[in-house]
Design a protein around this ligand. Structure first.
Ligand SMILES: [Ca+2]
Length: 188
């Protein structure tokens, strides 16, 4: 693992506070118990898509601006638009945990568009307690800007000691990132 990746990994697990309950005062999270992953970003509360945690809190820090966007859309009628500017805090967002069953395969899909940023998506697989990371992979790692949407897709085979999946998305630099159509579907 190179220095660059180690730094990003440290950012994922450390500075972004994305997995640590102790840092939740620095993040914004609107919870909705019935909305699930909300990977199409169609369900909002107080102007923010529910069940996604944003760091730093965009209400308190202009590093990260969160927009419920209806102009650039892949699926449904809205996408998530993130406008970032350089800061010593790496803007990040974290999904809720999606339950998966050992021995099954899932198709994971995510559409993104990047203008000017470095975008990294860490797909983390945890045990049932949610306290132990069984594996994590940077499934998207790009600094390429595009005016078109791109779609990432993978098949995730779930091992015996794995029970839930979540995403941590880190955005560096200055620019805009759009996300939409994030979903896990069991492959039959
Ligand atoms: Ca959508």
């Amino acid at each position: 693992m190179g220095k660059f990746h180690r730094e990003w990994l440290a950012a994922t697990l450390g500075a972004a506070c994305v997995l640590a309950a102790a840092c939740q005062s620095d993040e914004l999270l609107e919870r909705n118990g019935t909305a699930g992953l909300n990977g199409s970003f169609e369900i909002t509360q107080a102007g923010y898509p529910v069940n996604w945690a944003f760091f730093p809190n965009p209400e308190a820090d202009s590093t990260l601006r969160v927009v419920f966007d209806s102009n650039q859309v892949v699926e449904g009628s809205h996408s998530l638009k993130l406008v970032v500017r350089p800061s010593d805090k790496l803007p990040a967002l974290r999904s809720s945990q999606v339950a998966v069953q050992p021995g099954k395969k899932y198709r994971f899909r995510l559409s993104f568009r990047n203008e000017g940023c470095s975008l990294k998506v860490n797909r983390i697989v945890q045990d049932a307690s949610g306290k132990t990371v069984r594996r994590q992979d940077f499934i998207i790692d790009t600094s390429v800007s595009s005016t078109d949407w791109e779609t990432f897709e993978e098949t995730l085979s779930v091992a015996q000691d794995e029970a839930q999946v979540l995403l941590v998305i880190i955005i560096a630099g200055s620019g805009t990132v759009w996300l939409d159509n994030v979903n896990f579907k069991e492959k039959v």
